[in-house]
Design a protein around this ligand. Structure first.
Ligand code: AMP
Length: 457
């Protein structure tokens, strides 16, 4: 199937073809006609499936089919809500790319950066607004945004928004929108909460589901390293050093854990930085660009921070701690090899996490290979301890560590992708990391050498 058969305008097709897309992905094949029809949509699709173009292309077409009324400045006709700043930036960047030949104005908005430039931009007029819920509500309270003309609402990664506790914000936003509108809801998973949200929001939605859920890609090499709780960092440092791993994306459960681990690795001479929701946008962008350039050997991320970041051809992904939610593991791994590329994911698992591991193995219906590193044999005398607020091991806050309140266990989503061919050990890889402005051109259907970047949400 080619894009030409989907009924999109020539100026949209031209932009798409310039990005090197030759065929619509499965979600695009289904979502584009459904959105063009004007009805609501409930789509089960993860990042990496091409879902952004799946909703953006038909939205652009619909806006062009029905030009805005009057000749004045644009009004917000499309609102896209995303859980994270990175995803918001990425989505808006896609809108700019796909709409480059159209006279439409888009804007991205999130917290952590000054509000005044956003107010100025809103004043000048915007057709498509991509925002995180919190900052949008800041503008609502300052009366600097007008949502009364929204025709299409997109909730992107709705499951993550709920995980991150945005449901109240979403509800507050919904009441500000015109009742008559088109609603598109994208979610990687369907919890009862999501179903409830969809039931209240969507009117006879078209249902689309792509990408296998709860199944891990066959092309991802997965391995478990059993290790004692207090020795995880030591083992991680050894693995990185012995194998000369570069550009390693490491996941911790908590922001505090991410900070500590990055600091400790850095002290040991393994250049590392942490990226998480408490970091300023500037710090996140800096960490990502240093990681991308190869200056930084290790990027330690929380699940939430990793969502929405586009990192590709990444040779090593390490679960320093297993996620509290088994689906999050699948979510990460599922992306890793989906485009037919090899990916590698290793998990350091201590006695406290055996239940989590069992949950993951049950979910993916297979047991994961385990490898004991000599010198790191598990001490059977150590008893399992509960994982409180996401913390247990040394990188996760550790016993006796000051526990910072406020972070929920199981919070957030994971979303790393490690893919691409593995190269010779020790060789730096050309990793594409996309934050907001890098114009990386990602092609899930292309071969791994062509693919310079893919999305992690
Ligand atoms: P998404 O799931 O929307 O984040 O998209 C994942 C990646 O696939 C993005 O980098 C897109 O640029 C890329 N992409 C989207 N649609 C296509 C397509 N039809 N052909 C090739 N690449 C695509």
């Amino acid at each position: 199937m080619s894009f030409d058969t989907l009924g999109l305008r020539a100026d949209i097709l031209r932009a798409v073809s310039e990005l090197g897309y030759t065929q619509p992905t499965p979600i695009q094949q289904q979502a584009i006609p459904a959105v063009l029809k004007g009805g609501d949509l409930l789509a089960g699709a993860q990042t990496g499936t091409g879902k952004t173009a799946g909703f953006t292309l038909p939205i652009l077409q619909r806006l062009m089919d029905k030009p805005r009324e009057g000749t004045g400045k644009p009004v917000i006709r499309v609102l896209v809500l995303t859980p994270t700043r990175e995803l918001a930036a990425q989505v808006e960047e896609s809108i700019v790319q796909y709409g480059k030949y159209l006279p439409l104005k888009s804007m991205v908005m999130f917290g952590g950066v000054g509000i005044n430039p956003q107010i100025d931009k809103l004043r000048r007029g915007v057709d498509i607004l991509v925002s995180t819920p919190g900052r949008l509500l800041d503008h609502v309270s300052q009366r600097t945004v007008d949502l009364s003309k929204v025709e299409i609402l997109v909730l992107d990664e709705a499951d993550r928004m709920l995980d991150m506790g945005f449901i109240r914000d979403i509800r507050k936003i919904l009441v500000l929108l015109p009742k008559q509108r088109q609603n598109l809801l994208f979610s990687a998973t369907f919890s009862d909460e999501i179903k409830a949200l969809a039931d209240g929001l969507l009117n006879k939605p078209a249902l689309i589901e792509v990408a296998r859920r709860n199944a891990t890609a066959d092309t991802v090499a997965q391995k478990i390293y059993p290790v004692d709780r207090e020795r995880k960092r030591e083992l991680l440092a050894k693995l990185i050093t012995d194998h000369n791993w570069y550009q390693v994306l490491v996941f911790t459960r908590t922001k505090h854990g991410a900070n500590r681990l990055a600091e400790q690795l850095d002290k040991q001479g393994i250049s590392s930085m942490a990226i998480h929701g408490n970091k300023s946008q500037g710090a996140r962008t800096k960490a990502l660009s240093e990681f991308k350039s190869g200056k930084l050997q290790v990027l330690v991320a929380t699940d939430i921070a990793a969502r929405g970041i586009d990192i590709s051809e990444l040779p090593h992904v390490v679960n320093f701690e297993l996620p509290n939610v088994a689906e999050d593991y699948v979510h990460r791994i599922g992306r890793t090899g989906r485009a037919g590329c090899e990916g590698e994911a290793v998990s350091l698992v201590c006695v406290d996490e055996l239940k989590l591991l069992a949950g993951i193995e049950k979910l993916i219906k297979r047991s994961l290979p385990k490898e004991i590193v000599p010198g790191f044999e598990v001490d059977p005398r150590i008893k399992a301890e509960p994982i409180l607020n996401g913390r247990n091991g040394p990188g996760g806050g550790g016993r006796g560590q000051q526990r910072q309140g406020g972070q929920r266990s199981g919070q957030g989503a994971s979303g790393q992708r490690s893919d691409g061919q593995r190269q010779q050990q020790g060789q730096r890889r050309d990793v594409a990391v996309r934050v907001s402005t890098d114009g990386g051109n990602r092609r899930p259907g292309g071969n791994s050498q062509n693919r310079r970047s893919r999305t992690v949400s």
